[in-house]
Design a protein around this ligand. Structure first.
Ligand code: E4P
Length: 217
């Protein structure tokens, strides 16, 4: 499973890129607001930090305006092949997904919470689809709702041979990363804080201390 970072904070992206295990970035309007920067202001810098797909989300609602904004974003980064247009899982979003996919522009359909939604996005040629694990678990008070959603979408993808890559999104903790991998996600997009937690296990820390103490003797 590939690992993306879910943030618009360039310091976090740069630090994650240094780890050598991050192959893409996802942003959204909330993450941009948190970073204190605008998409226009930051997107070229993000593309320079990671050699992989970078999702930039449209903020318009109508198909016509989303399509126009998508092209503005693509133009603003000089047609960088890693730019990926993130579109909402709406009727208009799916129409734009089909159009952009036909033009060879990578798309990421976001806010996916069901198999029928995933089917629409995959049929529309989405390069990526983003089912949200954390928000599923919050809503249905079941710590496995997100896991089951990814598992079902991965199964449908397998049966029909869809090419869209499943990005497990809305990841809140390392258990979600584990669930995403076991459910068959192609990618997990992970907040920086959770990436750092992935290194940790108390037995690793204890074991290291034992080895270090031994080597001092
Ligand atoms: C995915 O691409 C989204 O940016 C993100 O994972 C949303 O997560 P949230 O539920 O924590 O807002």
């Amino acid at each position: 499973m590939k690992l993306f970072i879910d943030t618009a904070i360039t310091e976090e992206i740069a630090a994650a890129a240094e780890l050598g295990v991050i192959s893409g970035v996802t942003t959204n309007p909330s993450l941009l607001a948190k970073s204190g920067r605008t998409l226009n202001d930051v997107i070229t810098e993000i593309l320079s930090l990671v050699n992989g797909p970078v999702s930039a989300e449209v903020e318009e609602s109508s198909a016509e305006n989303m399509y126009r904004q998508a092209h503005e974003i693509v133009n603003s980064v000089n047609f960088n092949p890693n730019i990926t247009i993130k579109l909402p899982m709406t009727e208009d979003g799916i129409k734009v997904c089909r159009r952009l996919s036909s033009e060879g522009i990578m798309t990421n359909v976001t806010l996916v919470f069901s198999v029928p939604q995933a089917l629409l996005a995959m049929e529309a040629g989405a390069e990526f689809i983003s089912p949200f694990m954390g928000r599923m678990d919050d809503k249905y008070a079941d710590a496995e709702s997100g896991f089951k959603l990814i598992k079902k979408i991965a199964e449908v993808k397998r049966i029909y041979g869809y090419k869209s890559k499943i990005i497990a999104a809305s990841i809140r903790h390392t258990a979600h990363v584990e669930q995403a991998a076991l459910a068959g996600a192609d990618i997990a997009t992970i907040p920086f804080k959770v990436i750092k937690q992935m290194y940790c296990h108390e037995l690793t820390e204890n074991g290291l201390k034992i080895f270090r103490d031994a080597s001092k003797k």
